[in-house]
Write a protein that binds this ligand. Structure first.
Ligand SMILES: NC(=O)c1ccc[n+]([C@@H]2O[C@H](COP(=O)([O-])OP(=O)(O)OC[C@H]3O[C@@H](n4cnc5c(N)ncnc54)[C@H](O)[C@@H]3O)[C@@H](O)[C@H]2O)c1
Length: 365
């Protein structure tokens, strides 16, 4: 426990749905003494800045990164646009929190990893699930050996097509595999370390997204083999009908070890709301429900001025880390790069039907 505490000037690049939450949480955080915002849609950043009482709204990401009052930067831009602002922040020597997935190509991811190494700057990727109590306590027990050697792991995540189409409409290459299965792959890499994923074989099928003009499978199931022999079976299905009650992610994650098992139920079937007034999916406007799984919003929930959920816990933990140096377990860049390699290998296997080796990256090649 480090007793040293300092005030932090925080910058947020990208003030869309997620950047807005990060910025609002930063504005509330007692260690944040200065808040700067930037979005390529300047009017959006100005509006958020006025609502939150931000100290500065800049025209460019470089202007924000090079401002002496900014100590650390959150990159909350859409998926294809993480690289440039991340490189700019790292070149300025500022710690960064980058939204998942790290990038959409391994070339971009490698550039970010190399830039962080060259600058000697700490950079993390916000996978959020690591900051939901059930996954972090699970990790603590698994990594301390409570279920013995993990021989197998299975996980699946599903949601309605409202979510899937909202993502694809924003970033056509952010497929359900690259943008959503990535969360479970990150958790698997976290739980199973020091094993690393070495090979994947996948099968998919679907017509719903294709009927909407996206050449993407509706379901994708994959088997990933890790270096110690553990097999992880991961599935994603983001095409359920609009009336389906999940408004974010419904997840099951299960691990089987030589001395036990860990079974995590994150389906949200424990909190059911029925309303004649329409429950709005805050992430995807096309979904308004009578019957909803409360708590399934990926972003979490605001109750008055308090935000509950994984994104809130993660954002506060990262700001705490920047302010105090205390340990945090947001995904390190190298791991996020491996996760991207796995999801791209899944896409390749879906396309070719072949088993695909995982690109281990320049440092492990
Ligand atoms: N951790 C989580 O639970 C979670 C949940 C949802 C989304 N995400 C991730 O957060 C990121 C943002 O998603 P979102 O839902 O907020 O998207 P969004 O479209 O609502 O917001 C993205 C914002 O970035 C801005 N932008 C895009 N390119 C930019 C650039 N080059 N410079 C400055 N601003 C730029 C856009 O104008 C927009 O305001 C994505 O990577 C997504 O995968 C994370």
């Amino acid at each position: 426990m480090v007793r040293d505490r300092r005030h932090v000037g925080l910058g947020v690049v990208g003030t869309g749905k997620i950047g807005l939450q990060r910025a609002r949480l930063a504005a509330q955080h007692p260690a944040v003494s200065f808040l700067a915002l930037m979005d390529e849609d300047r009017a959006k950043a100005v509006g958020v800045g006025e609502d939150l009482g931000a100290d500065l709204v800049t025209e460019t990401a470089a202007e924000l990164a090079n401002d002496d009052r900014v100590d650390a930067i959150v990159i909350s831009t859409s998926e294809p646009n993480h690289t440039e602002p991340a490189l700019t922040a790292l070149a300025a020597g500022k710690p960064v929190l980058i939204e998942k997935p790290l990038a959409l190509t391994l070339e971009d991811a490698d550039q970010i990893v190399a830039a962080a190494e060259a600058a000697g700057v700490d950079a993390r990727v916000g996978y959020s699930m690591r900051y939901l109590q059930k996954y972090s306590v699970g990790w603590d027990n698994v990594s301390s050996g409570m279920i013995g050697d993990v021989v197998g792991m299975t996980g699946r995540v599903y949601s309605s097509r409202a979510q899937g189409l909202a993502i694809l409409n924003r970033s056509v290459h952010a497929t359900p595999v690259v943008d959503i299965a990535t969360y479970l792959v990150d958790v698997a890499c976290w739980y199973l370390a020091p094993q690393v994923p070495v090979e994947v074989v996948s099968r998919g099928h679907g017509t719903v997204f294709r009927d909407h003009g996206f050449d993407v499978d509706d379901v994708a199931w994959s088997m990933i083999r890790f270096s110690g022999g553990t097999v992880f079976d991961v599935g994603v299905c983001y095409m359920l009908p609009l009336g389906f009650p999940t408004t974010g992610q419904s997840i099951r994650l299960e691990l089987f070890g030589t001395d036990g098992a860990l079974l995590i139920d994150d389906d949200h079937r424990d909190q059911l709301l029925y309303t004649e007034r329409g429950y709005q999916n805050t992430y995807a406007e096309s979904q308004k429900l009578n019957f909803a799984f409360l708590g399934s919003r990926t972003t979490g929930e605001w109750v008055g001025e308090t935000m509950f959920g994984r994104l809130a816990n993660e954002t506060r933990a990262w700001i705490d880390y920047v302010a105090t140096g205390n340990e945090c377990y947001l995904t390190p860049l190298e791991q996020a790069r491996t996760v991207l390699a796995v999801t791209l290998a899944i896409e390749e296997s879906l396309a070719t039907g072949e088993s695909v080796p995982i690109d281990q990256g320049p440092s492990r090649a």
